[in-house]
Ligand binder design. Sequence first.
Ligand SMILES: CSC[C@H]1O[C@H](OP(=O)(O)O)[C@H](O)[C@@H]1O
Length: 387
Amino acid sequence: MVLEALRYRRGSLQILDQLQLPQRSCYEAIRGVRDGQAAIRDMRVRGAPAIAIVGCLSLAVELHGGTAGGQDAATVAAFVGKALQDLASTRPTARNMAQAAEKLGAAATHEAQCPGATANSVREIVIQLAEEMLEKDLQDNRRIGELGATCMMQGVAPQGQVTVLTHCNTGALATAGYGTALGVIRALHARGCLEHVYCTETRPYNQGARLTAYELVYEGIPATLIADSAAALALKEKGISAIVVGADRVVANGDTANKVGTYQLAIAAMHHGVPFYVAAPSTSCDLSLATGDQIIIEERPSQELTDINGIRIAAPDIGVWNPAFDVTPHDLVTGGIITELGVFAPAELQEGLKQASIRPCHRPQESPSGAAAASEKEPGSRHPQED
Ligand SMILES: CSC[C@H]1O[C@H](OP(=O)(O)O)[C@H](O)[C@@H]1O
């Protein structure tokens, strides 16, 4: 059975409450934007693509079959704009929700200005776009998996198998399905090219121990959980061929915001000569920011560090700094940035994405095993797919 982070049909949205995993699989109804915002803020749903999808679908549910947002086109468009703004500010580091807000907001405004526009026609356009996002993210992740697996095998182990280390959770639970960095790992496994995975526990929120470990066991992928602080030692002693992580935001020069701890992993990878890959959809890329210094880093409540399951473990009165993310400088992203549009070196990202998005992405034939056909020309050289 496929692991479903969310269940959607028009007018109804349920999310798997990730706070209760892995002990319990409980779905809860999201009835509108306020519910969506609360679920994102409290991290019942998390992961940059999943945040955007749940945010937009929460709006779609609110707009469905009623009079939500107002009685005329302009009022509904204004309501949509405000709701999207609120959703995008809930967890500001992730790019995907902000990007979706720009797209859906612009579409609502445009529709409202068209002759004959009605409140319903504005609602309908927003619902349709949110539904398309869900479908597209899944397709993009599968593509990221295939491109990343091919690139990694060409670059790291042309004849053999790879052992990969990953951080945080980037799987089906963090996306519409399949996953980004975990999608690459799944594709490697499907091809028989994966020897082993090491996943970090990912303090303070333990997405690695709770969610990635759960997904890896669920998929039957050979894997070992390590403490975050064991990563450098694992690089030294466990034959790790590559690190692959996800991203919350990748900016124009390739600097990458991802779960806190990623930066120190990239430094350790550089020291050990292990290639470091970032896997993320183009919706996580933000070419409007020149460098990572401009990324807003979300700070989370101190209780995430001081308490475990509501029980205080830290010394009373200690001060706490709890950034949720850090920025890995582009020169440490030595393997490449794996997107659905191609695999790019950081210096090639900006131009590569622009070129790839103005021509249709070549979709390779799938072999019966799910691996990309042998004739496919992959961007192991870190260039986007050629047509
Ligand atoms: C494919 S999701 C990317 C991303 O989401 C995680 O953050 P959070 O759990 O705080 O939402 C993490 O940084 C992952 O790599």
